[in-house]
Design a protein around this ligand. Structure first.
Ligand code: ADP
Ligand code: MG
Length: 356
């Protein structure tokens, strides 16, 4: 039913794209760009299961919180279906997107990117949570589709294009044509697993226990998937498992590449398997359009070279690869008539929402 008051409110309201990533949650506001970029962490009071902190503030508590507080990553740990947590996260980010400028209650249109692996129950929880958190209209989009739009791939065209989005918890590969996903595959091996690989390598080779943060720093600084023009070394600090004492070891990019090789091979195989199942007509398109890498993991040194070499298709890293999903989700609202087919669900509105 047409409600003029809501229609009027709609004119003043915001369009927001949210990337609920396993590692980072980003918020994009039309006309403003990325307004929030925080780790996807939530701190909970164990006894009452209430949310104590979200984002950077929650991540700060990791490894330091007293026993009555647990700090979790809802998307990685698979608790996204827990309504209260998801709602609290979305409420916080929607509020942040509105900032101080708005005198109106936050009633934005929201597109949320969700990993393509999430269940229907989880999708429903995210959408209901977005509505409960104040969205006037809430839509979901599969992350690879959002990433492709954000990366500027020609998803609406007949010509095929491909994205490889490597996040913290998942790697997703998808081929697009005519505003749809023709084929997609995903894997629970991504950035976090690479950190694990480095921790394990250091334990096995040097009896050195290092933190997740140390491992991530090493991965970002000297990790690679292909020989580097100049190999490098870095100081790796941890605790010697035999002496129990702190220790520092000089580790080389060649060793780290070896540590990462098993997981990287699995990711490369996923890309090859996807190509294998892609109809030949589209494969020939991809030889022109190439393979676009997105997400934080897409930034791993030498990954595009490695994928190019193994697929014989040019691969490159999207510009601003960490923000592609949020920007792509937001772009759907900007060009709604053309891109609404890219959404993964029927639109669901707030009971008092406008009809169009
Ligand atoms: P998600 O979408 O799952 O939230 P992101 O796309 O934000 O994940 O990527 C986060 C992952 O990317 C983390 O594992 C992080 O360590 C990794 N990452 C970020 N920058 C780099 C880099 N320069 N090289 C390699 N990995 C990176
Ligand atoms: Mg992502």
């Amino acid at each position: 039913m047409f409600n003029p008051l809501n229609a009027l409110l709609g004119l003043f309201s915001l369009d927001i794209g949210i990337d609920l990533g396993t590692a980072n949650t980003l918020v994009y506001v039309r006309g403003k760009g990325i307004v929030s970029n925080e780790p996807s962490w939530v701190a909970l009071d164990k006894g009452h299961n209430t949310v104590l902190a979200i984002g950077a503030e929650a991540k700060e508590m990791v490894g330091k919180a007293p026993h009555n507080i647990t700090v979790i990553r809802p998307l990685r740990d698979g608790v996204i279906s827990e309504f209260d947590i998801t709602e609290a996260m979305l409420r916080r980010f929607i509020k942040k997107a509105h900032g101080q400028i708005s005198i109106l209650p936050p009633r934005p249109r929201v597109v949320v990117g969700v990993p393509s692996g999430v269940t229907e129950v989880e999708k429903r929880a995210v959408q209901d949570a977005a509505l409960a958190a104040g969205a006037r209209e809430a839509y979901l989009i599969e992350e690879p589709m959002a990433a492709a739009i954000g990366a500027g791939l020609p998803v609406t065209e007949a010509q095929g294009s491909m994205i490889v989005d490597i996040g913290g918890g998942t790697t997703e590969v998808a081929v697009f044509a005519l505003t749809g996903i023709v084929i997609s595959k995903s894997l629970r091996i991504a950035g976090d697993e690479l950190d694990e690989d480095i921790m394990q390598y250091s334990r096995q080779k040097y009896n050195l226990a290092i933190s997740e943060r140390m491992a991530e720093r090493i991965k970002i600084n000297i990790g690679s998937a292909y020989p580097l023009p100049e190999e490098r070394t870095m100081a790796m600090r941890g605790r010697n498992l035999i002496t129990g004492l702190p220790e520092e070891i000089e580790i080389s990019s060649i060793e780290i590449r070896e540590a990462l090789s098993r997981s990287i091979n699995i990711i490369v195989d996923l890309v090859r398997d996807t190509l294998d199942e892609t109809p030949p007509e589209l494969v020939s398109d991809l030889m022109e359009t190439g393979i676009c890498l997105a997400g934080g993991g897409g930034l791993l040194k030498g990954l595009s070279e490695r994928i190019s070499e193994e697929t014989h298709i040019r691969a490159w890293v999207a510009q601003d690869s960490l923000t592609c999903v949020a920007r792509g989700a937001g772009k759907v609202l900007e060009d709604f008539e053309v891109l609404r087919r890219a959404l993964s669900n029927d639109d669901r509105r707030h009971p008092g929402g406008t009809a169009s």
